[in-house]
Design a protein around this ligand. Structure first.
Ligand SMILES: *[C@@H]1O[C@H](CO)[C@@H](O)[C@H](O)[C@H]1NC(C)=O
Ligand SMILES: *[C@@H]1O[C@H](CO)[C@@H](O)[C@H](O)[C@H]1NC(C)=O
Ligand SMILES: *[C@@H]1O[C@H](CO)[C@@H](O)[C@H](O)[C@H]1NC(C)=O
Length: 459
């Protein structure tokens, strides 16, 4: 099989060069990164009103491609950014599905086929990306050589095409009596007595999504007239590259601090309530509400990206392995001004975590602990503690343990494991590493020919 060997060596050269070049600045890699900016369908908000809409078959890059990031913000008709203290972006999510060619379908249709993420809340939270007020200052960039593979023709059911839906939940808080009450969806401020589906709210339910659904109205200041309707859009930017075999696909998992681990329809509540602390809490040096749960991850691999989603009051979230090791943590940034991106009192960004490849590995079925911390100096309703992780299958270390190839293996692994966090100066010796790498690959291939069927295939 001379031919395929040659091809493999070429592919290896390509992989190494791309990785080296990609390694310095994740936003300026040599792969040609495409960036597409789209507008959602318009939504209309007047003072105190709420829109929670689903838009199907939204504009999205097509073809067999690799998603690298997704960012968004609310803008008006002129394209101006709208600050959170005017339009609070409760959340947006994008999720994949398959629809029959030539026909539009929504989630209620029997022809709708979900193309959701890898879990772990099987009945909800199927999105690939989704954030809220923190969107503007939260990195969603997936480091090289990883990406979300989409549009793979072999995965699209025949007669169907891949599509995306977008859910945007926004609350207009201009002129309202209690801005944080409206953003926390306090039932007493909304003109509701039942939830969206006509079900009773129950006595203990005082705030959350069931009180601020589409077309509800939050209470305005006394004497405030309102009636000023705005036409708004979610403007979203998708970065992507053409799919190629040198990329390592990631699976998207979302963990929910409310998950009871039973994996049924009610196991992930998504929202919860943070009750105010008592005297004792103050006395114990801080009013901290810690929500914690343990959930198994179905399939293991390397965590290459992680980010949490919390609401105002949140002070951080983290994910731990079964043995208690910290896998990833994500901390909010609060604004302290008036301007867009720095709105006082709102979470304007969440730190995302980029573990060095191999440093945050999880195994199949490992029981992970999700922790979501909130300050509870006051009551918070409808808060969230979600943790997104992107998990890659490990880069094939087991293919590189042949003793004779060890020196060269280390060079390969060094490059692979340091992107995109590598030090400057890599360029001065990458040619040397490249030659070493090719030799290693050739040796590995001859080894692997005796071990066919073992291990993970990237080359
Ligand atoms: C989610 O549901 C699917 C079937 O719909 C099942 O195969 C899978 O095991 C479930 N996930 C978990 C984590 O149990
Ligand atoms: C709340 O008020 C809005 C605006 O007046 C109205 O369109 C909506 O139907 C009301 N909702 C309920 C549940 O009463
Ligand atoms: C959550 O609070 C606990 C208890 O103070 C602390 O040990 C942990 O580091 C906090 N985690 C985050 C992510 O803030």
């Amino acid at each position: 099989m001379q031919h395929s060997q040659l091809w493999t060596v070429l592919a290896a050269v390509l992989l190494l060069t791309t990785v080296v070049h990609a390694s310095r600045d994740p936003e300026r890699v040599d792969r040609s990164i495409k960036s597409s900016v789209f507008l959602s369908p318009p939504f209309f908000l007047r003072e105190g009103s709420v829109e929670n809409k689903y838009y199907y078959d939204i504009p999205f890059p097509r073809g067999h491609i690799a998603l690298k990031s997704f960012n968004a913000e609310v803008v008006d008709e002129m394209g101006f950014s709208i600050p959170l203290h005017e339009t609070y972006l409760h959340h947006w999510v994008i999720e994949r599905y398959y629809g029959p060619k030539g026909t539009q379908v929504d989630r209620s249709s029997s022809k709708f086929i979900s193309g959701r993420n890898a879990g772990v809340c099987n009945y909800t939270l199927g999105q690939y990306f989704g954030l809220g007020s923190e969107t503007r200052k939260t990195s969603t960039w997936i480091p090289e050589p990883y990406a979300i593979e989409i549009g793979n023709p072999t995965e699209i059911p025949s007669g169907y095409e891949e599509r995306w839906f977008l859910n945007v939940h926004a609350i207009d808080t201009r002129g309202v009596k209690d801005k944080s009450g409206c953003t926390e969806c306090k039932c007493s401020l909304y003109n509701v007595t039942k939830d969206e589906y006509g079900r009773s709210l129950g006595n203990n339910y005082i705030g959350g999504l069931r009180c601020c659904y589409d077309q509800t109205q939050c209470q305005l200041r006394k004497g405030f007239k309102g009636g000023n309707v705005r036409k708004l859009y979610l403007r979203y930017t998708v970065k992507w590259v053409e799919w190629d075999e040198t990329m390592v696909p990631v699976k998207v998992y979302i963990f929910d601090a409310t998950d009871n681990g039973r994996n049924d329809r009610y196991s992930c509540k998504v929202e919860y309530q943070v009750d105010p602390c008592d005297e004792q809490g103050f006395g114990n040096g801080g009013c901290l509400d810690i929500k914690k749960t343990k959930v198994a991850i179905p399939q293991g691999g390397d965590i290459v990206y992680g980010v949490a989603h919390q609401h105002a009051g949140g002070v951080g979230a983290a994910l731990y392995g079964q043995d208690g090791r910290l896998l990833c943590s994500s901390i909010p940034t609060y604004g302290d001004g008036d301007e867009v991106g720095n709105e006082a009192g709102y979470i304007v960004g969440m730190s995302s975590c980029y573990p060095k490849p191999g440093s945050a590995q999880v195994s199949d079925g490992e029981l992970l602990t999700v922790v979501s911390n909130y300050s509870n100096t006051r009551l918070h309703t409808g808060v969230m503690g979600l943790f997104y992780i992107f998990v890659a299958e490990p880069i094939p270390q087991q293919n590189l343990v042949l003793p004779r190839a060890q020196t060269q293996d280390k060079s390969i692994m060094h490059i692979l494991s340091s992107s995109p966090w590598v030090a400057e100066g890599m360029n001065y010796w990458w040619a040397f590493v490249l030659v070493g790498g090719i030799m290693a690959v050739v040796i590995v291939i001859s080894y692997r020919r005796k071990n066919v069927g073992q291990g993970y295939q990237t080359l």
